[in-house]
Design a protein around this ligand. Structure first.
Ligand code: ZN
Length: 247
């Protein structure tokens, strides 16, 4: 089988003096000169130009191929790994880290015509992410509590925005805050609470090899922070949703 990425597509571009520059370097220079952060859990989709993601895919595949060679794997003879580099590049850019390179899914908000102000929770929403330290999976669930403000979004939209946010390398403490920022931006709730419970494969698969340990953290904002009874109600509703799962 030949590679699905044609090597004839240029992954290099040229400067005015014709010195070739990798596409990732051009993008990083653009981000640096604009003063835009590009940490592992940042989204850079707005700063990518037409065709650059395809060029990045070719560059990343080349680097993964070199990584495999550095791991002393004979990718020229091994039928199992001969296309691994291209698969891994596609997986990073379009699947597991798509939240860095792709735009947020379109999420429409609507006026809260009935002036609803009772809290509700949505969950469990599946968390699929990766730790920034080891690039291995973080898998878990999250629950979102809302006290509506002037605008509302559909229930399924919480899953869509969560998937987009989590599909980046993260540490759990920051992931929950970034998700909270995005939800606030989308519907400006009077109160927002998020609880995230996840297992980290850097603890399960390697290192201390603890298969059952999970990490739980939360963020509470607005009325959930100001009103302890509202905060308690959120955690009680999550507990009920969790117990419904086990029955
Ligand atoms: Zn880790």
């Amino acid at each position: 089988m030949t590679s699905t990425l044609s090597s004839s597509i240029p992954s290099l571009t040229t400067t005015p003096d014709s010195a070739p520059l990798p596409i990732s370097l051009r993008i990083r220079e653009r981000l640096d000169s604009a003063g835009v952060a590009y940490l592992a859990n940042d989204n850079i989709a707005n700063h990518l130009r037409e065709g650059e993601l395809e060029q990045l895919e070719i560059e990343v595949a080349g680097k993964v191929r070199e990584l495999l060679r550095s791991l002393v794997i004979d990718i020229d003879k091994d039928h199992n790994t001969e296309e691994t580099a291209e698969r891994v590049a596609r997986m990073y850019l379009h699947e597991v880290f798509k939240g860095r390179y792709h735009d947020q899914p379109k999420i429409a908000s609507f006026p809260n015509v009935k002036k609803l102000d009772e809290i509700y929770t949505v969950g469990p929403i599946t968390v699929r992410s990766a730790c920034s330290h080891h690039l291995v999976p973080i898998m878990g669930n999250c629950w979102i509590g809302i006290k509506p403000g002037d605008r509302v979004i559909g229930l399924s939209k919480f899953s869509r925005v969560a998937d987009w946010v989590f599909s980046r390398p993260h540490i759990q403490e920051e992931a929950v805050m970034i998700l909270a920022d995005e939800i606030e931006r989308l519907c400006q709730p009077q109160g927002l609470a998020i609880l995230l419970k996840a297992q980290h494969y850097c603890m399960k698969w390697r290192g201390v090899k603890e298969p059952q340990t999970s990490m739980v953290n939360s963020v509470v904002r607005g009325d959930f922070r100001l009103d302890p009874s509202l905060k308690a109600e959120f955690f009680e509703l999550v507990k009920q949703q969790e117990s419904m799962l086990s029955t």
